[in-house]
Unconditional design. Sequence first.
Length: 143
Amino acid sequence: MVLTLAAAGLAGWGFFRARERHGVNPESAQGADIRVVSKGEPLNLRDYLVPGKYTLFDYYADWCPPCRQLSPRLENLARHHSNLALRKIDIVSWSHPVARQQGVTDLPYLRLYDPAGRLVGEGDAALDGLKRLFGLKDPPDLM
C-alpha cells in the first residue's frame, strides 16, 4: 500500500514537472493564461499572441530585483482578467540571444498587444495601457 502511494506520488510529480517544461504552470491550471515562452532562446512574438485577448510580454530575469517586485502583480492581474494573456520571457543573462534579438536593454520590460495583435505600447506605455485597460494600481516605478 505504501509503495503504491509512493509510486502514485512520483507519477504525479513527474506529470507536474512535464507540464512546467511545456509552459504550463500552476497559474494556468487555476484559469489564468500565464506561460513562460522563452528561457533565453530567440522567439517570434507573433507566435505567442493570443487572438481575442490582450497579450502582455514580460521580459524578466530571476536575478533582477525590480522584476521580482513586478512579476506577482502582473500574474495577479492576469488571474483577475480573463481577457489578458501573460507571456513571460526570461532573459536569463545579457549574453543569451533573446535580449539582443528583442532589443531589450533594461529590465523589467513590457510589451502589450491588443486582441487583434496590434502593439498597444512598450515600456512605460505598456504600464499606462495596463492602468487604463485593467486598472493596474500603483505600478512600481521600474521603467
